[in-house]
Design a protein around this ligand. Structure first.
Ligand code: NAP
Ligand code: MG
Length: 481
């Protein structure tokens, strides 16, 4: 074995440490949660565990009639109960939800990892703590709305459509501010990850939330479209692809529905030659391999200063060699399963474009399980700005590496994208951080860290990354008149 093979190898042997799935009781089939009750739809679909392809449950597929029933229930609840409650009383429900989610967090984390494929280490230590933090944070706002804006009034019924990459966390980002501001909601989770939203419906019952304040309807794109087009919806909050976001913007043009769109990204993670290299490498790994790279703000373009590129790449490769890919329920796992066969196809195809365009692909040696959907952590060097892998969102564990010589060139390259969601900058100099952050057209800029979230901090994009902000006081504005 030569030197290169040695350094590529994962030096750490380890015994599996699987989290038990016994804590969660998955039903064989689920109805829709409308007006505080479970309602069967005529049709259904299956949700699978992407790490094994095992069918987890049969889930109702809401058609136009069910979408209509959910919107009607939300309207009735808005008029009769929710809009009549004082802010401090809405807050009590939100605090209750926050506490119950925290108490049941292990159950939620296991279910999320099963349905989505993400490592339990992340669902347990990132998603779930943030979910309850989001509810606690907005519970605190419910009786203080006049500090967010003068004469605050709710919009009414909010239609909320979320993707599969952070199923429960995106639910929390949507539902917590909407309820705090006095709206009622109809939420549609993604087709491939409906289960934690359905478990959340149980939490609403447990918290004694008045019927109809939260309605959860499962289904595919058609269900989402019916919800967007429903005439009695006041507000649409969407997170997902730029294409669907664009179609939603068109569908509501000329109506008085409010819209916020949180779309894709192609973030630059910029490493200057004075950056602490080991911390930067951790930040690069966290930026692109966290959640299998299924992250809209993922640091999918590494911009590294030319004079340190060799050293940074060598250390990055060594670090990538230690990443453990496999069973999402194993507490050792760093990279879990790709969420669906369709997403795996997209990643595979775009990576093949990278090969065809002449970039050099590298992955550490790693054994992928036989069943399920997997993609090894991957690095492309020799990437130019014209390459599709440098321009399009891959939404998988694939990093494109470009180099730069001067801060000005770094900023130009970082901004050379149709997206503008996030960016990272790694340098020892505070003045440079401020200068770079000021020049970047990105909604969030992380300095010497990456992928950090807090309910008090607004998140959202420029350009094709969408409009509107979630989180913080700004996140309330989207739900107030
Ligand atoms: P998507 O198709 O935009 O899906 C997002 C949500 O919208 C899902 O609940 C989806 O339902 C629903 N939907 C689909 N078509 C709709 C329509 N015409 N009207 C209303 N709702 C509709 O995104 P995706 O398929 O999950 O992923 C595709 C790409 O989107 C990814 O490769 C990535 O580039 C991007 N993405 C971005 C984010 C982000 O956080 N910004 C998150 C996920 C994906 P179904 O899931 O049931 O189809
Ligand atoms: Mg699933």
């Amino acid at each position: 074995m030569n030197q290169a093979d040695m350094s590529d190898r994962n030096p750490f042997e380890y015994a599996p440490a699987p989290e038990s799935r016994a804590i969660v009781d998955i039903k064989s089939s689920y109805g829709l949660f409308i007006n505080g009750e479970w309602v069967e739809a005529g049709q259904s679909f299956k949700t699978v565990s992407p790490s094994t392809e095992e069918v987890l449950a049969e889930v109702s597929d809401a058609g136009e009639a069910e979408v209509g029933a959910a919107v009607k229930a939300a309207r009735r609840a808005y008029v009769r109960t929710w809009s009549k409650l004082a802010g401090r009383d809405r807050a009590k429900y939100l605090y209750r939800i926050a506490r119950i989610v925290a108490e049941r967090s292990r159950e939620f984390a296991v279910l999320e990892s099963l349905d989505n494929g993400k490592p339990i280490r992340e669902s347990r230590d990132v998603d779930l703590p943030l979910v309850s933090a989001w509810f606690f944070y907005y519970a605190g706002w419910a009786d203080k709305l006049e500090y967010a804006r003068a004469d605050p009034r709710a919009l009414g019924v909010a239609a909320q459509i979320i993707p599969w990459n952070f199923p429960l966390l995106m639910l929390a980002w949507k539902i917590a501010p909407a309820l705090a501001a006095g709206n009622t909601v109809v939420l549609k989770p993604a087709e491939t990850t409906p289960l934690t939203a359905l478990l959340f419906a149980e939490v609403c019952q447990q918290a004694d939330l008045p019927p109809g304040v939260v309605n959860i309807i499962t289904g595919a794109g058609q269900t989402g479209r019916a919800l967007v087009e429903h005439p009695d919806v006041d507000k649409i909050a969407f997170t997902g692809s730029t294409d669907v976001g664009r179609s939603i913007a068109k569908a509501v043009a000329g109506t008085d529905k409010r819209v916020t769109l949180e779309l894709g990204g192609k973030a630059a993670n910029i490493v200057f030659d004075d950056a602490p290299v080991d911390q930067a490498v951790e930040g690069i790994v966290n930026g692109i391999f966290f959640n299998q790279g299924h992250v809209c703000c993922a640091g999918s373009r590494l911009l590294v200063q030319e004079n340190v590129a060799e050293e940074v790449l060598a250390r990055l490769k060594r670090r990538m060699g230690t990443l453990r890919v496999g069973d999402p329920l194993d507490k050792n796992t760093d990279i879990g399963a790709i969420n669906s066969a369709e997403q795996l196809d997209r990643i595979t195809q775009l990576a093949a474009v990278g090969d065809a365009e002449g970039a050099q692909r590298w992955s550490p040696p790693c054994e992928l399980p036989d069943r399920g959907f997997w993609f090894a952590p991957t690095l492309f060097t020799g990437v130019t700005q014209a390459h599709r892998i440098a321009r399009e969102e891959i939404f998988g564990p694939v990093l494109s590496v470009l180099t730069f010589r001067t801060p000005t060139e770094a900023v130009e390259k970082a901004n050379n994208t149709p997206y503008g969601l996030s960016a990272g900058v790694w340098t020892d100099k505070g003045s440079r951080i401020l200068w770079v952050a000021d020049q970047l057209r990105a909604g969030v800029v992380w300095a010497n860290t990456f992928n950090k979230f807090d309910p008090g901090s607004p998140f959202g994009g420029y350009k094709e990354s969408g409009y509107g902000r979630e989180g913080g006081k700004h996140g309330l504005e989207a739900y107030l008149r």
